[in-house]
Design a binder for this molecule. Structure first.
Ligand code: ATR
Length: 276
């Protein structure tokens, strides 16, 4: 009897930059699974027919990347709690009856990266955490931080009103943007969720002078891997965590669901996915 290979993929526009095929491909080989994970170039106005074709094509599911994450949340038949609260979907699973379920695993990937990199989580759980930014990434990260055990979460954002809206919806606090440097005093963890520090963008303006020396600094930007913020934090002796692991860990729930193995994130995988 021949086994039908399982098929999954990632939809984006453009899709050439996505590391997901490399990542899932490495796991498929590692676990000897007869399956395929395919990059799918889908124009924004073709997302709906593309998603509806998945069942007929025999796909187990697809990941979604820029620019499809928010639109997909409106197109699928049901949303997991994580996807509903972020209004964003990075994983669509074709259920047994052919309907589509949308999930968001970005918050999970963020927390699992810190847990693995630091060897413990939460860390400095009795001290405040500061989240910088209030865009799509922050919407996934703030509730995930809260669920992972932090009681004192603060959000600051260039546009204060967006920080207030996010903080209200998650039951956390805000720090006025101009007070962000002072607010570093006594913090346990600082998280950049903005695009500042990415290639082509200016560095995030943050004076680390008041940050405790044992605080952890992390950034969701991974081009470059060491952002100006992470370099500044490293130079003064803080523990830093880069964003590679977030990308790897957010993919685990999808691989586990579609291919049946909860895959391991280790150095060999980091090398395979980030060497190119
Ligand atoms: P996404 O949803 O993809 O994360 P976004 O909603 O535009 O994109 O969010 C980007 C984040 O980077 C926001 O927090 C944004 O702040 P504003 O809400 O004030 O726009 C932040 N950001 C972008 N440019 C910035 C800058 N020059 N300085 C500080 N923060 C900036």
């Amino acid at each position: 009897m021949t086994v039908t290979p399982k098929i999954a993929g990632v939809m984006g526009w453009p899709i050439g930059h996505s590391r997901s095929p490399l990542l899932h491909g490495a796991w498929l080989r590692r676990y000897g699974i007869a399956g395929h994970y395919i990059p799918l170039s889908v124009q924004p106005d073709r997302l709906e027919p593309a998603l509806r074709a998945l069942e007929s094509l025999g796909f187990a599911g697809v990941n979604l990347t820029i620019p499809h994450k928010e639109r997909a949340a409106q197109l699928v038949d049901r949303l997991t709690a994580d996807a509903a609260r972020t209004g964003s979907v990075n994983m669509v699973t074709v259920l047994a009856d052919g309907t589509l379920e949308g999930a968001s695993t970005d918050g999970y990937g963020f927390i699992e990266n810190l847990r693995q990199s630091l060897g413990q989580w939460p860390i400095h759980g009795d001290r405040p955490v500061l989240v910088i930014g209030a865009g799509g990434a922050a919407k996934a990260i703030v509730p995930a931080l809260r669920d992972s055990g932090y009681r004192l979460i603060q959000v600051t954002n260039r546009t204060d009103s967006r920080a207030e809206a996010l903080a209200d919806s998650c039951g956390v606090h805000t720090v006025a943007w101009e007070r962000r440097h002072i607010a570093l005093e006594g913090l346990g963890v600082v998280i950049n969720t903005t695009s500042q520090g990415m290639v082509g963008q200016p560095p995030l303006e943050l004076d680390l002078a008041r940050l405790p020396m044992d605080a952890v600094v992390t950034d969701i930007v991974y081009t470059p891997l060491l952002t100006p913020l992470l370099l500044a934090a490293k130079d003064r002796g803080n523990i830093i965590v880069d964003a590679r692991g977030m990308l790897l860990h957010q993919a685990r729930p999808a691989f586990a669901r579609w291919f049946g193995v909860d895959p391991t994130v280790d150095q060999a995988l980091r090398d395979a996915v980030f060497a190119v």
